[in-house]
Design a protein around this ligand. Structure first.
Ligand SMILES: Cc1cc2nc3c(=O)[nH]c(=O)nc-3n(C[C@H](O)[C@H](O)[C@H](O)COP(=O)(O)O)c2cc1C
Length: 211
């Protein structure tokens, strides 16, 4: 096997190293986080670090880079306490990727990249209208990661909006492949997905059983 050492990747050019390290953890979901700032300007950002934290209560986290690198999403979440997470479909992937650009505070990133704001009653933060699966989170905890000045931002699930054509299966599973929700790898590569198989709940005394 080819071996890589810390000395080697510390000597690499910044983006080369970021691509390599970010790819190692594998395919990730990629979503758009929708927020609004204190002046009422909507903001969108691409985030691939969404992580399931627990189902009861329903808690979902993501990692926010250091404030200087990605300031808007986190400060908007802090000021409003709520934010939306929107799955990405290949039909609007280029617009979604463009939200990772550093726009000034006063720029509405929906109009700038060509996506549509969608509001539901009683919620002041925007969803992405084009997104077939999206949800609303309320901020519960921001855990600073002192090692590299990033933050684990944890929200509680408050609402789920889904295209009615995408019903959960009888056991609650969501066929994200059929919904066309994309995933990402590294900093700039996106993929559609194919289901291989589903399996029954694994037990030590039984061989794995396909559903
Ligand atoms: C594929 C991809 C995944 C990304 N994932 C994250 C992430 O998980 N956390 C993060 O802080 N930034 C991530 N970014 C960078 C943000 O999209 C970028 O910093 C964005 O401008 C943040 O917006 P903000 O300044 O409005 O907060 C990612 C960018 C791309 C292209």
């Amino acid at each position: 096997m080819q071996q890589f050492t810390p000395a080697e990747w510390q000597s690499w050019e910044r983006f080369y190293r970021a691509n390599f390290i970010n790819s190692l953890t594998g395919f990730k979901s990629a979503s758009l986080i929708g927020t609004i700032n204190a002046q009422g300007v909507p903001n969108l950002g691409m985030f691939s670090s969404m992580v399931h934290i627990g189902s009861n209560p329903a808690l979902i986290g993501y990692i926010n880079r250091p404030i200087a690198a990605a300031p808007h999403t986190l400060s908007n979440i802090k000021s409003n306490g709520v934010y939306t997470v929107n799955h990405i479909h290949a039909s609007f992937l280029a617009q979604a990727h463009q939200t990772s650009a550093k726009y000034p505070d006063e720029v509405n990133e929906f109009t700038e990249v060509g996506l549509t704001e969608e509001y539901i009653e009683g919620v002041k933060v925007p969803f992405v209208k084009e997104s077939p699966i999206k949800y609303l989170l309320s901020l519960k905890e921001i855990v600073p990661i002192t090692l590299n000045a990033t933050f684990l931002v944890i929200g509680q699930l408050e609402q789920v909006l889904m295209d009615p054509a995408l019903q959960p299966t009888s056991d609650g599973f969501l066929h994200l492949d059929q919904a066309g929700s994309i995933c990402s790898n590294g900093l700039d590569a996106y993929y559609n997905t194919n289901l291989i198989d589903r399996f029954a709940y694994a037990k030590p005394d039984k061989a794995a059983e396909k559903l």
